[in-house]
Design a protein around this ligand. Structure first.
Ligand SMILES: [Zn+2]
Ligand SMILES: [Zn+2]
Length: 245
């Protein structure tokens, strides 16, 4: 009883503290640190206006803008058939979008997880998809150790908080793969074969999953991660990426 009342008073204090903080402390736009965030994006209007966001109609294979001649875009036509149903991309890997993503991934600018996560959550809601779980694509533990964080996991956590859909870290990167940038599509696929394993069959079985990653270039990483989930019994995969490379 005493423990319960202590808990209750702790919660009341924590709520009160949060109200005070939100009343008197405001946080500037995490991208430019000069204006205040506006609207749903977590960025100021100026920064949001500079983001190269994807305009519909989008390609279901990679989330990029599609010219609408075929169901998927020209780049996806040249790739292997995707093993996910639909891809959603926040933006193109260009200009200010590339700069912010670079800061977020390599320069420890983790406050950018919030705007990326908030925009992603609103795109997910607009899409009508209602996954059972959100699964971030993991880094190999050695890379998480040197970087200190996994950007896809930080964004997944915000999407989960915004939408109420639970995040589950059920993928493991079992193979450390060299940087993909200078490899051809075939080399990338070979490199990433068996790179992931799914660790919880109970969660996977018959579930619909939203797989979250930072960039899709050829799609080899997401395809390898999706294969591990499908082998574990997942029924449907949709993917969400911050940028289409
Ligand atoms: Zn700004
Ligand atoms: Zn495409």
């Amino acid at each position: 009883m005493e423990i319960l009342s202590n808990d209750m008073s702790y919660n009341r204090c924590a709520d009160f503290a949060k109200r005070i903080v939100s009343e008197f402390v405001s946080f500037p736009c995490p991208a430019c640190v000069k204006n205040m965030p506006e609207g749903y994006s977590g960025l100021c209007g100026e920064c949001f206006g500079k983001l190269p966001v994807v305009m519909p109609p989008a390609c279901p294979g990679c989330g990029a803008e599609n010219d609408g001649i075929f169901e998927v875009c020209g780049k996806c036509l040249k790739e292997e058939k995707r093993n996910w149903k639909k891809a959603i991309a926040i933006m193109r890997m260009e200009d200010y979008g590339r700069e912010l993503l670079h800061r977020f991934k390599y320069m420890n600018d983790i406050s950018l997880a919030r705007p990326f996560g908030m925009i992603a959550a609103s795109l997910l809601e607009e899409s009508g998809l209602r996954p059972d779980f959100i699964v971030p694509v993991p880094l190999h533990w050695t890379r998480t150790f040197t970087r200190g964080y996994n950007q896809s996991q930080l964004v997944s956590r915000i999407i989960s908080a915004e939408t109420g859909i639970p995040m589950k870290r059920i993928l493991r990167r079992v193979k450390r793969t060299p940087k993909q940038a200078n490899l051809s599509g075939t080399e990338r696929r070979k490199n990433l074969k068996g790179a992931f394993s799914a660790t919880d069959g109970e969660i996977c079985r018959n579930s619909v999953i939203l797989l979250v990653d930072d960039v899709l270039t050829t799609g080899s990483t997401l395809s390898s991660a999706s294969s591990a989930l499908l082998e574990c019994g997942v029924r449907e995969i949709n993917i969400l990426i911050m940028a289409r490379g």
